[in-house]
Design a protein around this ligand. Structure first.
Ligand code: NAD
Length: 271
């Protein structure tokens, strides 16, 4: 039997590819021999990211592309199809919470500004739905392809202070199942849609919420650790294997699932 985990002929587009988890994953997948298309907000950042990625191999390119801008998404999709002729995988990595949408320690839900709530809903939900509706057209045409979404622990359990983010990630779980069904029923069993739900990884968006400047945990950071049986935060590279599995032939009969990568957080009551 051939190597079920071989990625060497895969063409993979990744949004948020200058970020921590999606960016690290993009480089890892390129190291495994895949051709990787790096997509992120700003041209300067994308250029720098691709310059770094070229040190791994020539099998990469990048485009500035706002996941909420349909014109930009269409333009990238057309360039991609013209230059590479096909796409095998879309990883929707752009997303995250926004400071304005976090309910402060001395506030409650009634202080939350609906504009900030809407922005975070848009980035995390529409910012996954719009690229999927654009790039998965290739999967419809090819009758093969794979989408990976990023959910979160906040999708299924109440995570205080981040209402919009939580609502959006719950909708990502639903969208993952919905789209997995739609694609398989209409285009066959070679089109799969799955997600991973990372636990707590230190990144740009949550560092200040979880870790003090002196390296000790904030009260919230300590609460997270107390509910994580591994008693630590995740390390960036610990999401790579789950994504590798989900996009490989090893997961050929897997669609519509959301895999927690969380050191046991979702399994544990905390007691
Ligand atoms: N870090 C964690 O602990 C954690 C936990 C659970 C889920 N997640 C999810 O994983 C995903 C990646 O998170 P991360 O921590 O690597 O985030 P990150 O902030 O490091 O990266 C996000 C990237 O998305 C880009 N981006 C933001 N808005 C964009 C837009 N409109 N168009 C295109 N790109 C845009 C940013 O420029 C950034 O490079 C997110 O969906 C996040 O919600 C992260």
């Amino acid at each position: 039997m051939s190597n079920l985990f071989d990625l060497s002929d895969k063409v993979i587009a990744i949004t948020g590819a200058a970020g921590v988890l999606a960016g690290g994953t993009a480089k890892y997948l390129q190291e495994q021999g895949a051709y990787v298309i790096y997509l992120d907000l700003f041209e300067e950042v994308v250029d720098k990211t691709v310059e770094e990625a070229k040190k791994i191999s020539d099998k990469c390119c990048g485009y500035a592309c706002n996941v909420l801008d349909q014109t930009a998404l269409d333009a990238v999709y057309e360039k991609l199809m013209a230059n590479l002729g096909r796409l095998d995988v879309l990883i929707n990595g752009a997303g995250g919470n926004m400071p304005g949408a976090t309910i402060g320690p001395d506030q409650d839900v009634f202080d939350l500004k609906i504009e900030a709530y809407s922005k975070v809903l848009d980035l995390n939900l529409k910012g996954t739905v719009m690229p999927t509706m654009t790039f998965a057209k290739a999967f419809k045409a090819q009758k093969s392809g794979c989408v990976i979404n990023f959910s979160s622990m906040s999708a299924t359990q109440a995570l205080t202070r981040v209402l919009g983010y939580s609502n959006a990630k719950a909708a990502i779980d639903n969208f993952t199942r919905w789209m997995a069904t739609e694609m398989a029923v209409k285009y066959g069993d070679k089109v799969r849609v799955n997600a991973l739900a990372p636990g707590f990884f230190i990144g740009n968006q949550n560092r200040a919420l979880l870790i003090n400047e002196d390296g000790s945990f904030t009260e919230r950071g300590q609460q997270v650790i107390n509910k994580t049986p591994f008693r630590r935060f995740g390390e960036q590279h610990e999401v790579y294997g789950t994504i590798h599995f989900l996009i490989s032939e090893a997961a050929a009969f897997v669609s519509g699932v959301i895999i927690p990568v969380d050191g046991g957080f979702s399994a544990y009551t905390g007691v």
